[in-house]
Design a protein around this ligand. Structure first.
Ligand code: GTP
Ligand code: MG
Length: 332
């Protein structure tokens, strides 16, 4: 998807006539790590709104890479590797605090670990798949470049990065007569308690859902992850401040569902579901059924980082919602 065609589509969606100095609020909600910040960044980019310069992402990207090895260390500190050097290297990284520049000792340790077959060894020893930080394979593939002292973050790096949103991530998109306020609220449960404080006058809620949850064993522990997203969604839609709000359910990380789902056992879901496509449909139906018939709702399944086909999906829905909204305002 070219940025220009995205910009055009988003501008069409947003450029409907409004009253002078009218504000329209788009609230972006969803669980932790679902992809809300990634989405807001893409909307801002398509709207040519101001984005922080790439160099400001450098430190966080390096920390994401380091985190990969810190998690490994926590998961396997008692495992004795065939190459004892691996333990020493993991130990070096576990105590390293990244302040300004990556230390040469840490860079050397990461490079050695990357050359080893550490992942395979850990999985063999532990007999289970590790919970790795978001986009671990991306960081492994791009580690050499990220470790280079002259490293400059690319667009793809900024898409892959994860840093938990604290407070609110706010973008104001000025279209002349109408200003769109895009507000992401953090997904951690501590912050979910205060979501409702931000519900008044919301035109659209974009609720982002991580499809790759379907490939996590925790999803199949009844009452835990499986019902979590639907329960959160239900508590949102039941709020009376949102009885006229339109919903867009954005099922994200389809790339991961497809990749991991190829070999995952979905029969645990029951209802004869065997494929990742079947699981996806089941999940989408479950979540859609949480929205009352009185609220306009659209749903889309996509991968924000791999194939962000927002032209035919998200922006189309926004266009329809704003058209409907403008008509109902005119009728009043
Ligand atoms: N593989 C894959 N990764 C994605 C996709 N969308 C987002 N991510 C990654 O998922 C991680 C979390 O994304 P964020 O957008 O920061 O998540 P968030 O919903 O804002 O999370 P909180 O702010 O903690 O509530 C990041 O590392 C993203 O790069 C996708 O479609 N596919
Ligand atoms: Mg966020």
């Amino acid at each position: 998807m070219g940025v220009n065609s995205s910009s055009q589509r988003l501008r069409t969606a947003l450029s409907l006539k409004g009253r002078s100095s009218e504000k329209r609020k788009i609230l972006v909600l969803g669980c932790m790590g679902a992809g809300k910040t990634t989405l807001c960044r893409m909307i801002a980019k398509a709207a040519n709104a101001h984005l922080p310069p790439a160099r400001l992402y450098k430190h966080t990207i390096e920390n994401n890479l380091l985190e990969l090895f810190k998690v490994k260390y926590k998961c396997c500190y008692h495992v004795v590797f065939s190459d004892r050097r691996n333990n020493d290297d993991l130990e070096i990284l576990s105590v390293f605090r990244h302040k300004e520049d990556l230390h040469s000792t840490s860079i050397a340790a990461i490079k050695r670990l990357l050359k080893s077959n550490l992942y395979i060894e850990i999985m063999k020893e532990k007999g289970r798949i590790l919970e790795l930080p978001y986009n671990a394979p991306y960081y492994i593939q791009n580690a050499e470049r990220i470790l280079d002292p002259k490293f400059e973050p690319t667009d793809a790096d900024m898409c892959a990065v994860y840093s938990q949103t604290v407070g609110a991530n706010y973008k104001s998109i000025d279209m002349g007569v109408v200003t769109y306020e895009v507000l992401e609220l953090p997904g951690h449960h501590i912050f979910r308690r205060i979501w409702a404080d931000f519900f008044d006058n919301t035109t659209v809620i974009i609720f982002v859902i991580d499809l790759s949850d379907l490939c996590r064993q925790a999803f199949y522990n009844k009452g835990h992850l499986q019902d979590k997203v639907r329960t959160i969604l239900l508590s949102v839609v039941m709020n009376r401040l949102l009885n006229k709000t339109a919903f867009i359910l954005l099922f994200n990380k389809r790339d991961l569902l497809e990749e991991i789902g190829m070999t995952f056992n979905f029969q645990q879901l029951g209802a004869g579901i065997k494929t990742w496509e079947g699981a996806e449909k089941w999940y989408m139906d479950q979540c859609m059924s949480a929205i009352p018939p009185t609220n306009p709702v659209y749903s889309h399944s996509m991968s924000l980082t791999k194939k962000p086909d927002m032209n035919t999906t998200l922006f189309e829905s926004l266009e329809k919602i704003f058209q409907f909204n403008t008509r109902s305002i005119d009728l009043e």
